[in-house]
Write a protein that binds this ligand. Sequence first.
Ligand SMILES: [Zn+2]
Length: 285
Amino acid sequence: MPELPEVETVARGLALKMEGRTLVRVAQHRPNLRTPFPPGFVQRLTGRRVAGIGRRAKYVLVRLEPGSGSGNDTLLIHLGMSGSMVVSRGPAGAPGAHDHVVMETDDGAVVTFNDPRRFGLMDLIADGEVDSHPLLAKLGPEPLGNAFDADTLSARLAGKMTPIKAALLDQRVVAGLGNIYVCEALFRSGISPERSAASVAGKDAQRLVPAIRDVLTEAIAAGGSSLRDYVQSDGELGYFQHSFAVYGREGQACPGCDCDVARTGGVQRLVQAGRSSFFCARRQR
Ligand SMILES: [Zn+2]
């Protein structure tokens, strides 16, 4: 499943190919993904110029300039579990089985949304309604934004008796964090995933916020190298190799302390609310 750094890489890659370009042809190959496409989806996109591309949480936001008889719209894209954006040179060939939307630009780029499991979605949001869109309205602050700091995080965790791991996955507390980067940020800040959310305040929050920012920023930088390859050759956006300190490393040596794996067991795995948490019991308290 793409996490925030992958989505940021998708947004940056699409920006390189689509910003300032006009969508000359749009094809939609099924009536719905996780949710139905909005009415007039193809008509509302065709002929529109792309003003800019950004990201909110794990949503890509494509801002469109006004078309004839319409105001500004924003195309919202969610990649779901298995979605990807594939860029190639036109003309577009016959769509593959899981190619659900194909957009062609006036300079010959073909942008295909492919999603085998169809947990992704697309929507069009009218001007001025982005912040109040049902998927976006309740989201907490962006973890890489200026509004996210130790005081903000502490205030949002105050009174919560749920484990800090679960609280950080709650998109209302902070937007866009998924299982991998929560595990990594808790490891880096030395905080046990089992601690109560409310207990993470003061110095703990001051360690956790930069840890969250750093793990995301480093992963985005790793995505940047895949982006450079992509710019030269097109291809699929959104998935790249990145190494983790604890995620997926149960039983391996902890990189943060001199673990004797035979004695300590190394990185441990714990299931919390149906999700695996990976952590070092020596380092994370
Ligand atoms: Zn350790």
